[in-house]
Every structure is written in structure tokens, then in C-alpha cells.
Design a protein around this ligand. Structure first.
Ligand code: DOR
Ligand code: ZN
Ligand code: ZN
Length: 356
């Protein structure tokens, strides 16, 4: 066995469904899945039922986090009329999330004036994370520049989008971006094969889109899973919701790419730990993961910790198995078992943790 040690990883984009969707996932199962994947901190999205858009719904989310096995930050959600209210809550959040396209849940902005109100009110020291595809993405980059407001672009998936991001970054736009493992490793051909289990927003692109993400990996800031669990019954139902789980499969997939010489280990740590902490302004939790790099295995739903119990990567051969995770001095995960108790997870945004 050959052992590799890496610092604990950070996922800046997950949907743990708690409160309101705990039959899909909750803060305990979602953070257990994170630890099993070598991830010691997650940033959780606000499209809950009800959405996290004001002080009351933020308190309900904070109550749900009492079950967390790993560390976490929480996003607030932007609506057409809550710009001033969410700005007042900014110091309790990792960022503001804005949906400019139809996805899952009720959060969506359509009025430019509402989007601009958020850009005016939201304090520039935390990013605005945005779901925007195609032309909407171009509009958001213009807003980031006009307001000199850091914007984090979620799940970039198309060749034209990453080309635009490169050009805008070269001209100094205050933007960062993430790509997901599903857009790096799957295409529309897989979407046909997988049916509802390969359906998410943004949808899977062409092989040319996927290849463009790899070719432009140097302008990508983070790999984030967009872990979006839905039950098998929901996926097989008449109106399958978009989204796929990813917390437990991202590291083996990326380590396999490292093994194939597609990126370096140093770059992996930048994409999955250093940049996430820098962009969202917290000190990364102290922690280490131990990986068996000789362990070639086939990804399977057996033994997954996510409550949804499936993966779009079923049957994929990967290299690298997470053996141990140590978080703040505690053996938090070992060989399939989560050892950090519920409630061990800490909020990232405490005075102690703030990077600036
Ligand atoms: O596929 C997706 N699922 N895209 C999103 O933007 C939302 C997510 C979800 O919450 O299920
Ligand atoms: Zn999204
Ligand atoms: Zn998402």
C-alpha cells in the first residue's frame, strides 16, 4: 500500500437539504458523506424549504447544523426584495447565493433592478455566488466589474463560458469560478445513458465543453461538487428534479486524473482547499486525510453515506481510497466509519477562524 497525506479538503457548493428535504439528506448524513470523501468543511446552499432568506430561516438552518459531523458555512439566498435584510446578516454567512436561472427550489431572480440592489447592498468582503448560464453569466461579469464586487461563478460548464471567464479575468474582473466533477468527467452521452440520474443544472455538455474545462483548468479556482441529492423514487418519478450527489466520489475521480498526469497534487490542493478558504475568507480547519493511492476500485452505491443512496459515477474505475480523516486533532473517519460524533462540526465563521 502506498499512503498519501493531504490536508483536509473544502467543498464550497453543497445542498444538504436540512431543513425541508431531510428525506433526501440532512446535516448528519451530508456531513458524514463529506468526511467519507476527505472533505472537512462544506458551504451549504440556501435553496431549502423554506429558503434561507432572512433571520428566521437562517436560525432554522443554524439549528439543523447542530447535527454536523464536519465544519460548515452557510449561504444566504437573494430574492427580489430582500437586499437590505440579507446584507444585515452577512457576517453570519459565507456568501450570498443568487439564482439567475431556473433550477431546484423557489429562489430565482428575474429583475435587473433587484439584482443591482443586491450588488449595491451586499458588503464586498464576502463573495456573491451566482448560478448563471450563458448570456446571464456575461451579464453577471459586467455587474461584478461595475460594482467592484467579488463574484464567485458556480459550476461553469460550457466552452464559451470558460473562454469568457479567461478573457474577463485577464482584464481584471473581480471573479472566481468553480467546476464540478460531473462536468469534468461526464458528457451529454452519459446523460442519455443515465437518464434522470444524469440530469442536473447546468446540464451535461458536449465532449468539447468537457475538454475545454480541462484545457482551461488554469483559470478555474475551485473544484466543487454541487452535491444535490434527490431520492431514487424522485428521480424515477414523472418530473425528476435536477441534481446529483458528489461528496464521496470527487476525490477518487480527481486523484485518478492526477495519476493520469492531467493535474498535479499541488493543483488539487489549491482547487479543493487553499482557494476555497481564500475566496470565502476563513482559515481552513486544521485537518489531514490519509489516502491509499494503490487502491483501484469501482465506484458503487454500496457503503455510501449520503441518504440518497446512489451516484452517477456507478461503475467508474478510480484510484485512491480515503482511509482516514483527522479534523482538529480528532480521528473523524476511518475505513468506512464516521467517528466524529454529531455536533462535532463547527461553524467556519467564528472570530477565531476569520482570515481577515
Ligand atoms: O442540478 C441542480 N440541483 N442545480 C441546481 O442549481 C440546484 C440543485 C438542487 O438543489 O437540487
Ligand atoms: Zn446552481
Ligand atoms: Zn447547486
Amino acid at each position: 500500500m502506498s499512503t498519501l497525506r493531504l490536508p483536509g479538503l473544502i467543498d464550497v457548493h453543497v445542498h444538504l437539504r436540512d431543513p425541508g428535504g431531510t428525506h433526501k439528506e440532512d446535516f448528519a448524513t451530508g456531513t458524514a458523506a463529506a468526511l467519507a470523501g476527505g472533505i472537512v468543511a462544506v458551504l451549504d446552499m440556501p435553496n431549502n424549504s423554506p429558503p434561507v432568506i432572512n433571520a428566521g430561516s437562517l436560525r432554522a438552518k443554524q439549528a439543523a447544523t447542530e447535527k454536523a459531523h464536519c465544519d460548515y458555512g452557510l449561504y444566504l439566498g437573494a430574492t427580489e426584495n430582500n437586499a437590505a435584510a440579507v446584507a444585515r446578516l452577512h457576517d453570519q454567512a459565507c456568501g450570498l447565493k443568487m439564482y439567475l436561472g431556473q433550477t431546484y427550489g423557489p429562489l430565482r431572480l428575474v429583475e435587473l433592478s433587484a439584482v443591482m440592489a443586491h450588488f449595491r447592498e451586499w458588503p464586498a468582503r464576502r463573495p456573491i455566488a451566482i448560478h448563471a448560464e450563458g448570456l446571464a453569466l456575461a451579464g453577471v461579469i459586467a455587474l461584478a466589474q461595475a460594482h467592484n464586487q467579488p463574484v464567485h461563478l458556480c459550476h461553469v460548464s460550457r466552452a464559451a463560458e470558460i473562454a469568457l471567464i479567461r478573457a474577463a479575468k485577464e482584464r481584471g474582473a473581480p471573479i472566481t469560478c468553480e467546476v464540478t466533477p460531473h462536468h469534468l468527467f461526464l458528457t451529454e452521452t452519459d446523460a442519455q445513458r443515465l437518464g434522470p440520474f444524469g440530469y442536473m443544472k447546468p446540464t451535461l455538455g458536449t465532449a468539447a465543453d468537457r475538454d475545454a474545462l480541462w484545457a482551461n483548468l488554469d483559470v478555474v479556482d475551485c473544484v466543487a461538487t454541487d452535491h444535490a441529492p434527490h431520492t431514487i423514487a424522485e428521480k424515477e418519478g414523472e418530473h425528476p428534479p435536477p441534481g446529483v450527489p458528489g461528496l464521496e466520489t470527487v476525490l477518487p475521480l480527481i486523484l485518478t486524473a492526477v495519476h493520469e498526469g492531467r493535474l498535479s497534487l499541488e493543483r488539487l490542493v489549491e482547487l479543493m482547499r487553499d482557494n476555497p478558504a481564500r475566496i470565502f475568507g476563513f482559515a481552513p480547519p486544521e485537518g489531514e486525510i490519509e489516502i491509499d493511492t494503490t487502491a483501484q476500485h469501482i465506484i458503487s452505491r454500496q457503503g455510501l453515506h449520503t441518504r440518497c443512496g446512489w451516484t452517477p459515477f456507478e461503475g467508474t474505475s478510480v484510484r485512491g481510497r480515503v482511509r482516514k480523516v483527522v479534523l482538529r486533532g480528532k480521528l473523524a473517519y476511518c475505513d468506512g466509519e464516521v467517528l466524529a460524533p454529531r455536533g462535532f462540526g463547527q461553524p467556519l465563521y467564528t472570530q477565531r477562524n476569520l482570515a481577515q
